[in-house]
Each structure stands twice: as C-alpha cells, then as structure tokens.
Design a protein around this ligand. Sequence first.
Ligand code: SF4
Length: 329
Amino acid sequence: MTKALVLLSGGLDSRLVIKILQEQNIKITALHFLLPFSGCCKPDCVFNFAQLQNVPLKIIDCRKGKNFDEYIKLIKKPKYGYGSGTNPCIDCRIFMLKKAKEFLEKEKTDFIATGEVLGERPMSQYKKAMKLAEKEAGLEGRILRPLSAKLLPETEVERKGLVNRDKLLAISGRSRKEQIALAEKYKISYPSPAGGCLLCEKAFASRLKDLFEYKKKIKPRDIELLKYGRHFRLGKSKIVVGRNKEENQAILKLKNKSDYVFEVPNVGSPITLLQGKITKSAIEIAARITARYSDETSTIVKVCYGKGELNKNIKVVKLDEESLNKIRL
Ligand code: SF4
C-alpha cells in the first residue's frame, strides 16, 4: 500500500489533500508544525480533524528547544530573503521539508504531499520557488501537490504509478472558490484563513527586527511577548504596555525576574514591563507611559513599580503623544 506524509497546516488546502489522497486508497500520516509565529489553526483543531479522518498525526514543536533555536536562526538570516514582512517563506518551507524528510526516511513513507497551490502565495508558491525548496531539501520528485499537480511537471511519485495523476487537480491562484466547493463536497469544516503568520505583518516585523538587534540569545518567551501590548524602545531599554486585562495578564506571565513592573493604583491601568537596561530615566519614562494609558485624570499621577512587589512609587506627568510616537515600535 502506498504511504504518504501530508504536511497538515490545518488550513483548508492541506485538509483537502488528505481527502483527495484517501480517495486513492493511500495510507496517510499527517505532520503538523507548531511554529512560533503562526497560529491560524489551533493544535486541538488540527488534532480533531486528523482524528475525524482516521489519520495518525505527528507534531513537530518548533516553539521551544533545538527546533526553536534552529527556526530563529533562519528567520534572522534567511538565505532566500524576506517577503513583505520578516517572512522568509522559501527558507521556512525548506526547513519544514527537511524535517519532513527525516520523518519520511524513518517511517519508510513513499512521498510527501502538501496543500500548496500554484500562485496562491506570492513568495513560496510559484514554480521556481517550489522547485528550489524541493532541491534544497533533497526531495526532488518526491513532493506531490495534489491541488495543482496537473499544472506542474509530473513527479516521480506519479511516474511510478503511486498516485493516479488523472485524479489530481489543476487549481491555481488566490481565489479559493474551487477549494470551498471541494470542502462542501467532502463535508469538511475548516478555520477561516485570517490569523496566519505574524511574520507577514509589517507592524510585527519592526518589533522582531528590534529584538534581533538588541538581544543575542532569543528565548521563546521573548517571541511570545512580541505578540502582546504596545512596544517602545528607549536606547537599551524596552517598554511593553498591556492594552487590556488579557494582555496585562499575559505580560505578567512573560515577565523575567530582572524586569520591572509598573501600574497606576486604584484606577484602570495597564501593566507595563521595563526590560533591558534599568536607568532612572527609563523608570521615569515607563511610569509616564503607564500613566498615559491609565484612567487616572489628575495631572500628576502616582505610579507604583518594582521587580517583584510594586513597593516603590514615582509621581509623574503623562507622556505626550509626540514623544510616545518617537519611541514606538
Ligand atoms: S507564511 Fe512563510 S514564513 Fe510564515 S509559516 Fe508560512 S511559509 Fe513560513
């Protein structure tokens, strides 16, 4: 029996690939990557889908440990450059394919299948980039893209008769009409494409570049913190300000021992973190920003702060918008 490893991102395209290959009686294992910057599909959502289709699911967690370090290294210096943000899509695909290849060899699986659609994404899903990623990962001819297969050269997989090319598709472009019709045909649910990869967002790119510039050894919690609050850079100090209760809680959870926390007592107030170099002026600015985003109406605002307990306080004037914008990331 032919065995395939399907890269299951969780989105509609990769879900369809499972259904299309199952129709050809191919035994499938799904492989899902947990990446530090993307989360359009929650892990339990992917798990539920795989279970429903009776497909074993393997997870490669790149949000911590060796995989995390490897992934951050490629984001910092991608061989094939960035897309519109800090998204090194070609390098990212190569990274995933290389990991999948290790799995393929270990599990004696015949080929890898992906939900890539020709021309759907500007950077990684055009013919040249697909070929390049295949070559770099040492998987030439062994990657099948069932949704666009008929528009692509015949793969070794098809030549050997492991799949029937006639039953594969010829979808291209960004309109998802055909995929949505197929989802109805197969009666599968899928998450909305919103969310996606933070690396493609321009606002996120400036935060990430700032982190790369000021921190040598990046830890998973540094990346997590980029996802919350307003961020400001003040020389070697960084200030992060929560925008609501959920963000305040998340920011507190991600605090390092050496970080200072700021809060205006007895009124609605953001939680502010001050990281990096702690100077008298950095403390004052962090307090002034906290006051600016608090509900306190007085001109002079008392702000409590400290490393563990908020046992110190400072009286400040709210920071004006122009000064804020100068240091905003
Ligand atoms: S959008 Fe690009 S960088 Fe982000 S996960 Fe997809 S391939 Fe990787």
